[in-house]
Design a protein around this ligand. Structure first.
Ligand SMILES: Cc1cc2nc3c(=O)[nH]c(=O)nc-3n(C[C@H](O)[C@H](O)[C@H](O)COP(=O)(O)O)c2cc1C
Length: 367
C-alpha cells in the first residue's frame, strides 16, 4: 500500500461490554457494561466522528471485569442500534472454530449491510482457558492457530469448494452460502510480539498494538510493513490510547494521578503476572506487556503510554505524531465513555482534521 498520500486517521473506541471499564482502579467511572448504556454510546460515537467500535471477548472475571457480555451477539446489537458505525467483534480461536465464525459473521454482514468486522485475538488469560476447559497452547502456537483461523475465514468467505489442510483446522470442498457482501469483512488482530507481527505481515488487514510512544510505534510499523511488503501483503496499524482530555493540562494530569493513586495494587499485580506469564513463550521477549510498569498495567493495554492526556490541542498534536509514526487508526478508552466520546468528537477530532489538512502528514515508517 502506498502511504505517500495518507488517508484521514480513523477513530475507534473500546466497547465497554465488560464491567469495570478499561482500567484497574477504584476511581469513579460513569461507564456501564449494560446494553442500554452501550446502545446510546454507539449512537453518540457515530454522530461524533468515530468510525469503529471494538468489542472485547472475556469468558470469566479476573482483576475486576466481573461481568462480561459475549462479543459477537453484543456487536450485532450495537450494529442494529446504529446506521454507519462499523463494529469489530472479538473472536477467540479455540472457543470459536472458523466454520462457525465464518457463518455467524457472514450472516451479520448481510443483516447490517456489511458493517461488521472481526478482531481475531490469540488469548493471554490462562486461568480463563482452564475455567472453560480450553487447551492452553504455548505463545507462538496460539498465533499459528490464529493464522490458520484467519486463512480459513478468508478461504470460506471467498472460495467455493474450499479445501484446507492445517494442523488445527480441516475443510473439505466447503461452500458457504451466502458469502459476505463485498467488500469482505475486515480482519483485525492484536499483539506486539514477533509472532503477532509476523502474522500481521502475512494475513491480517489491521494490526492493533498496545499504547506506546511515537518512536516505539514507528519501530514496530517499520518492521511490520517491511515484512508485509516481502509477502506482497499490506496491513494497517491501530494504536491503543487511554484518552484524558480536559480544558487544562493540570486537570487532565490530575485525573491520571487519581487513577493511579486509586489503582488496586493486588489486582494490577495479578494482571501483570498473568500477562507477562502468557507472553513467556514469546522467545524474543517483545510481547505486548514485556516492558509494562505497574503504572502502565493499570490500563489493560498500556494506554497511558500513548500520552493522549492534556488539552484538546495537545492531544490532537500528539495524535498527529502517532500518525507520522505510521498509525492509521487510534483506538480509544475513556473514564466516562458517553461524555468523553462526545467531548473527544467535538473538540479533538476537528482539530486533528485541521492539522491533517495543513500538514499532509507523511509517515516516518517504511513504504
Ligand atoms: C487492541 C487489542 C484488543 C484485544 N482484545 C482482546 C480481547 O477482547 N480478548 C482477549 O482475550 N485478548 C484480547 N487482546 C489480546 C491479544 O489477542 C493478544 O493475546 C495479546 O495482545 C498478546 O500479545 P503478544 O503476542 O504481544 O504477547 C487484545 C489485544 C489488543 C492489542
Amino acid at each position: 500500500m502506498s502511504h505517500t498520500k495518507r488517508e484521514p486517521l480513523k477513530f475507534a473506541y473500546w466497547v465497554p461490554n465488560v464491567s469495570g471499564g478499561l482500567i484497574i482502579s477504584n476511581i469513579e467511572q460513569r461507564t456501564s457494561w449494560t446494553i442500554d448504556y452501550n446502545r446510546k454510546l454507539a449512537q453518540i460515537a457515530e454522530e461524533n466522528g468515530f468510525d469503529y467500535a471494538l468489542s472485547q471477548i472475556r469468558f470469566t472475571a479476573g482483576y475486576g471485569a466481573e461481568f462480561q457480555h459475549e462479543s459477537v451477539s453484543f456487536s450485532h446489537a450495537l450494529l442494529e442500534a446504529t446506521k454507519k458505525l462499523k463494529v469489530i467483534a472479538a473472536i477467540l480461536p479455540g472457543p470459536w472454530n472458523p466454520a462457525l465464525a465464518a457463518k455467524q459473521i457472514a450472516t451479520i454482514n448481510h443483516l447490517t449491510n456489511g458493517r461488521v468486522a472481526v478482531n481475531v485475538v490469540s488469548g493471554w488469560f490462562r486461568g480463563e482457558f482452564a475455567a472453560i476447559g480450553e487447551h492452553w497452547l504455548d505463545h507462538d502456537e496460539r498465533y499459528r492457530r490464529s493464522e490458520e483461523f484467519i486463512r480459513a475465514l478468508r478461504g470460506i468467505w471467498t472460495e467455493d469448494n474450499f479445501t484446507f489442510r492445517g494442523d488445527f483446522y480441516r475443510f473439505n470442498n466447503y461452500s458457504l452460502k451466502p458469502k459476505p457482501l463485498d467488500p469482505q469483512p475486515e480482519i483485525f488482530q492484536g499483539g506486539s510480539s514477533r509472532a503477532a507481527r509476523d502474522m500481521a505481515a502475512r494475513v491480517s488487514d489491521w494490526y492493533f498494538t498496545n499504547g506506546n510512544t511515537p518512536d516505539q510505534i514507528a519501530k514496530q510499523v517499520n518492521d511490520i510493513r517491511t515484512k508485509a511488503k516481502e509477502n506482497n501483503h499490506s496491513v494497517r496499524i491501530g494504536v491503543n490510547a487511554f484518552a484524558i482530555v480536559r480544558e487544562t493540562e493540570e486537570e487532565a494530569k490530575s485525573v491520571l494521578a487519581e487513577i493511579i493513586e486509586k489503582a488496586n495494587p493486588e489486582a494490577v499485580n495479578a494482571f501483570g503476572h498473568e500477562v507477562k506469564n502468557a507472553g513467556k513463550a514469546s522467545p524474543e521477549g517483545e510481547g505486548n506487556w514485556a516492558k509494562s510498569t505497574f503504572e502502565d498495567l493499570v490500563q489493560y493495554n498500556d494506554g497511558f503510554r500513548s500520552n493522549l492526556i492534556g488539552t484538546p490541542r495537545q492531544v490532537a498534536e500528539r495524535i498527529i505524531d502517532l500518525k507520522r509514526a505510521g498509525a492509521d487508526l487510534i483506538l480509544l478508552g475513556f473514564l466516562h465513555f458517553q461524555e468523553e466520546v462526545e467531548y473527544f468528537g467535538k473538540h479533538v477530532i476537528p482539530l486533528v482534521r485541521e492539522l491533517e489538512a495543513a500538514d499532509a502528514v507523511q509517515p516516518v515508517a517504511a513504504e
